[in-house]
Ligand binder design. Structure first.
Ligand code: SF4
Length: 363
């Protein structure tokens, strides 16, 4: 029998986690509304582990990454109830200068567009050497030698020559490799990858994923991998959190998620993978768009698009419940816990909602 205890998101506060986030809330304030881009999510990652966050554009994935990095600009704000602990340090309490020290050497980030990280007026070598100087105190010939080694590590051919080239002389895939080399120069413990393969063709995409896996194995890196692509998530993740409208709606180990998806949104994402449709001529899609939440959730935000929605879905905010006896698998949907009547399920979620940190947190 599955547990009916809500896991909320305090499901796996692993002692060994290097990054632990609790009740992260990031809002963007305008004159008219507060957009709740990230609405009470929690997660933890251990060294050597890859946690995937998957969801459509606008679900809050990138804002999550920028919140962790301390890169949310006004009118955005990480609310004070949020907790982001990296290696025992509460990042939300750091000054801008202290945060800058963590960024790069503690937590590094790779963006979809490598040109966001590379300065077009400096050679790739100069930029890697600068990262080595700032983060590891390495200068001169030693910095050049280490930079060559790093370009070799990320499989850039002829690294001595490439060191003196500018970013615009690199192809898209090579630029992303150069950014990864720059990130390695900082020697981070956690790497946040925000759609790093989205702009690349599938062959290069596969090479970058393989490269990240190799680097992770060598360095025991914790990776938070953000993408809208379920295929990439399947390749790289150990565990997956499915994100929708600022909240996590399902969390599971990767094989379990693909074998046994529970949330209708996850099921829709999997059905939309090309080649999985029964009718191969037609690509399945999830009708409609991700809403922009501007109020604390009092319903299921997926209800307007959900093929399994029923009346209560517009009145009760689902909390996370365990949906497996054998895996750390939870989902936030009024269809669960299984084996109970609809009335019992709805009452269970209704009774849990005020304590839930998944989306019901009040400003
Ligand atoms: S709570 Fe209702 S609307 Fe939301 S995913 Fe579950 S069945 Fe669909």
């Amino acid at each position: 029998m599955q547990s009916t205890t809500p896991t909320a998101d305090d499901d796996d506060p692993r002692d060994e986690s290097i990054l632990s986030i609790r009740n992260l809330q990031t809002v963007f304030r305008t004159d008219h509304e507060h957009i709740r881009a990230v609405d009470g999510i929690s997660l933890s990652i251990s060294p050597g582990e890859t946690l995937g966050i998957v969801g459509e554009s606008g679900s809050g994935k990138s804002v999550t990454a920028r919140s962790i990095m301390g890169l949310v600009d006004a009118p955005g704000e990480v609310l004070p109830e949020s907790s982001i602990v990296f290696d025992g340090t509460e990042l939300t309490e750091l000054s801008a200068d202290q945060y800058q020290e963590v960024r790069g050497s503690g937590v590094g980030m790779i963006f979809q567009d490598p040109l966001k990280s590379l300065n077009p007026v400096y050679t790739v070598g100069n930029q890697i050497r600068e990262a080595l100087r700032i983060n590891r105190g390495i200068t001169g010939q030693e910095a050049t030698d280490v930079a060559i080694d790093l370009l070799e590590d990320v499989a850039i051919p002829d690294p001595e020559r490439r060191l003196d080239e500018y970013p615009n002389e690199f192809s898209g895939g090579m630029r992303q490799r150069a950014v990864i080399a720059m990130m390695l120069a900082c020697d981070p413990d956690v790497l946040i990858c925000d759609e790093p393969t989205t702009a690349l063709d599938v062959t290069i995409q596969a090479q970058i994923v393989e490269l990240l896996q190799d680097i992770q194995a060598e360095r025991d890196l914790a990776i938070l991998f953000i993408t809208h692509d379920m295929g990439v998530i399947a390749e790289i993740s150990d565990r997956v959190n499915v994100m929708y409208a600022g909240e996590f709606v399902e969390k599971a180990p990767v094989e379990e998620l693909f074998a046994n998806p529970k949330h209708p949104y996850t099921q829709g994402l999997l059905d939309a993978i090309p080649g999985t449709s029964v009718d191969d001529e037609r690509l399945n899609t999830i009708e409609g768009d991700v809403p922009t939440p501007n109020q604390p959730a009092t319903d299921c935000r997926f209800a307007p698009r959900c093929p399994k929605a029923f009346e209560d879905c517009t009145e009760v905010h689902p909390t996370h419940v365990s949906v497996s006896d054998t895996h750390d698998h939870s989902t936030a949907c009024l269809l669960y816990p299984e084996g109970k009547s609809r009335t019992e399920r709805v009452e269970h979620h209704r009774s849990q909602a005020p304590a839930d940190t998944q989306g019901g947190a009040q400003e």
